[in-house]
Design a protein around this ligand. Sequence first.
Ligand SMILES: Cc1cc2nc3c(=O)[nH]c(=O)nc-3n(C[C@H](O)[C@H](O)[C@H](O)COP(=O)(O)OP(=O)(O)OC[C@H]3O[C@@H](n4cnc5c(N)ncnc54)[C@H](O)[C@@H]3O)c2cc1C
Length: 424
Amino acid sequence: MISIGSTPSALVVGGGPAGLAAALALAAAGVPVTLAAGPHRPGGQDRDRRTAALFAGSVELLRNLGVWDGLKDHCAPLTAIRLIDDTGRLFRAPEVTFRAAEAGLDAFGYNVPNAALLDALSARADTMPGLTLHATAGARAVSIAHGRVTVDLAEGDQISAPLAVAADGRGSITRQAAGISAETWSYPQAAVVTWFTHQRPHEGVSTEFHRAVGPFTTVPMPGRTSSLVWVEEPGEAERIMALSESDFRRAIETRLNGLLGTVGEVGARAVFPLSGLTPDVFGRNRVALVGESGHVIPPIGAQGLNLGLRDAATLADCVVEAIAEERDPGGSAVMDRYSALRAPDVNGRITAVDILNRTLLSPYLPVHLLRGFGLHVLNIAGPLRRRIVQEGVQPASYVPLMMRSGGLDLVRAGRGAAALASPA
Ligand SMILES: Cc1cc2nc3c(=O)[nH]c(=O)nc-3n(C[C@H](O)[C@H](O)[C@H](O)COP(=O)(O)OP(=O)(O)OC[C@H]3O[C@@H](n4cnc5c(N)ncnc54)[C@H](O)[C@@H]3O)c2cc1C
């Protein structure tokens, strides 16, 4: 019998959005968990300036974790996604607009500021029963022996559990301790991120201008405000970062070509080099990878954190199932099941985004023709469009319980493997 009393069944290393969501999902499901994370400073200068477009399943998870009500006023619904070929090339793809209504949804999801999301998740972690917060300057070493993972913290403390969740980001020492190797690569691109106000309403539409150096994407925020992810060659991104506010505002207006009217206030800027990471497996040696410890993907198609939240909810399913059957929550059966559930979703999306990005960067006409043809087919083929819209938002093959309406009750009811395997 695995003890699920006061000693933790799981420890989570890393308090980014994926780690917080994993700790909350496990605790909400009744699994005692310790979260080792840096102290959270609401309103601090180091706040993340990105927003994340979170799809319906991710929003459902936040609802089930009790954080959505305090967060939703900071977020804007996404009712449509428009792709515009702005490559200026000989052969251009047609404009394509995916509407949430095509998938029978009011909205694909919501655009959520990362800083507000971290505030809401951290506040919930402070009060969540079964979750012990261990504020730390960081994990220094991780060892795995005798059926437990032990983490040495910077302050000299040690914490241990039969299962560790590696949520310590792309350079994860927890992943390395488990002997999980990762392939990493970089793109000749960097994303400049900010927000801006504008004269015309966005009407809930996110627009991706596909340019030869990468996309320029606006994503709705509440009111007449949008967030911006502007991908450029790294040297050009640095130049944009150094522009005066008025030149930056004008540069945004030029790129938008009048789409949102005059640009008003612009927010602070941040720059992110584009890179990728895939591990050889998503769980091994009592360590499950969650968030960017297990996948890094360019900010195209808003997939990164949606994947991270699906990791968190899927892991909760696997661990709850194991504990209900009195199995070891960090045992190889759980690790194998988790890995098998996450691999197709993560690897499929990393491949699709990589291809989309590389077809933009490619100088070859046949590649442009192929891309244009693909988007043309999407424009005319209704069932294919619907399928792609639905799959982009959530994979049909597996929907974790906490990403379903009333999911917490389903998890608590301890439904077995049959329930977990069936789509919503
Ligand atoms: C420009 C841009 C736009 C994006 N837009 C979207 C979008 O629209 N939709 C979407 O779904 N995703 C988006 N993403 C992706 C999303 O931002 C990331 O997936 C997400 O922020 C990753 O969260 P995480 O918790 O996995 O990692 P992180 O936020 O990196 O968290 C890792 C945490 O671990 C901590 N840590 C590291 N080492 C240790 C240690 N040794 N001990 C303890 N703690 C440690 C770190 O301090 C940090 O708090 C975007 C990304 C970029 C770059």
